[in-house]
Design a protein. Structure first.
Length: 284
């Protein structure tokens, strides 16, 4: 039914990538709506209701809801929560918090998955910097998704960038994944490691790239709700994620409204070769 290469990674046709793009845009637009909705006083469950309505209004299905029993449309992870926080009305957001919002949707059988970390009002400078480092690390990882490079180059670029910016923790037990007709597909994508290992990227492969970066230790634990991952030292954590397709013209960021054009132009222009060919929607 679906073409898989010898490593078991699903290969999409150009037509299937257009469907991945449509699903990705539902997620991208939903996250932009949520970004604008974040303010002191709103609850994570409010954001969850906004997200579910936005996704269903586009004719899509929230992919997290019911996934291994997960009860909500988004994951909302506040401050020292790393990922998989369950949205509730228990604690309204406060000025100075940061909130990581992870969102997934299925459109026409194809998945999109992305996450942003957003400040609530004014936040401490070290949190602004934590978010900047995490997001930039994600883009460095994405920029590695060019034909011929290796799977482990993603984690290598992410870790290399984070380490260059200071003493941060990168949790090792969570990472990205292949994505397509399922949310989680082969392969697992580490956020750390050495370059040049694993399968080479081929056009039609799609990956969710999702670094998590902690202000303190890389150690984490899971709360009694069996979902919420928190830092062991209670220090804050940030998380950014995009779903990305490998194309002959470079990475196509399916969950970014501009296909990744603006951020990748800068990164790929400084790369060793082919940097003048800016990928994006016209790139297929
Ligand atoms: N984006 C998350 C991940 O990649 C998905 C959340 S898991 C769920 O792995 F169970 F909440 F859906
Ligand atoms: Co994901």
């Amino acid at each position: 039914m679906f073409k898989r290469n010898r490593h078991g990674i699903q290969i999409k046709t150009p037509e299937q990538l257009e469907k991945m793009r449509a699903a990705g845009l539902v997620v991208g637009r939903t996250l932009e709506l949520l970004r604008r909705s974040v303010e002191p006083g709103i609850t994570p469950a409010d954001l969850d209701r906004i997200a579910e309505k936005a996704i269903r209004d586009e004719g899509a299905i929230p992919s997290f809801k019911g996934y291994q029993g997960y009860p909500a449309t988004i994951c909302a992870s506040v401050n020292h929560e790393v990922v998989h926080g369950i949205p509730t009305d228990r604690r309204p957001l406060r000025e100075g918090d940061i909130i990581s919002i992870d969102c997934g949707a299925i459109l026409d059988g194809w998945h999109g998955d992305a996450a942003i970390t957003v400040p609530v009002g004014e936040v401490a400078p070290e949190l602004t910097e934590l978010m900047r480092v995490t997001e930039e690390a994600m883009w460095r990882g994405i920029a590695a998704l060019t034909v011929g490079r290796h799977l482990s180059d993603i984690g290598y670029e992410i870790e290399r960038y984070v380490r260059s910016q200071g003493r941060y923790g990168i949790p090792r037990e969570y990472g990205g994944h292949g994505i397509g007709t399922e949310m989680h597909m082969e392969p697992w994508v580490a956020n750390h490691g050495r370059p040049g290992r694993g399968p080479r990227f081929e056009p039609g492969m799609c990956f969710a790239i999702e670094p998590m970066v902690n202000l303190g230790t890389d150690r984490t634990r899971v709360l009694d709700d069996d979902w919420t991952v928190v830092t062991l030292d209670g220090k804050p954590s940030a998380h950014f994620e995009h779903s990305v397709a490998v194309t002959d013209n470079g990475p196509w960021v399916l969950t970014a409204l501009d296909g990744g054009k603006a951020r990748l132009a800068r990164l790929l222009a400084t790369a060793e070769s082919g940097g003048d060919d800016v990928p994006g929607d016209a790139g297929l």
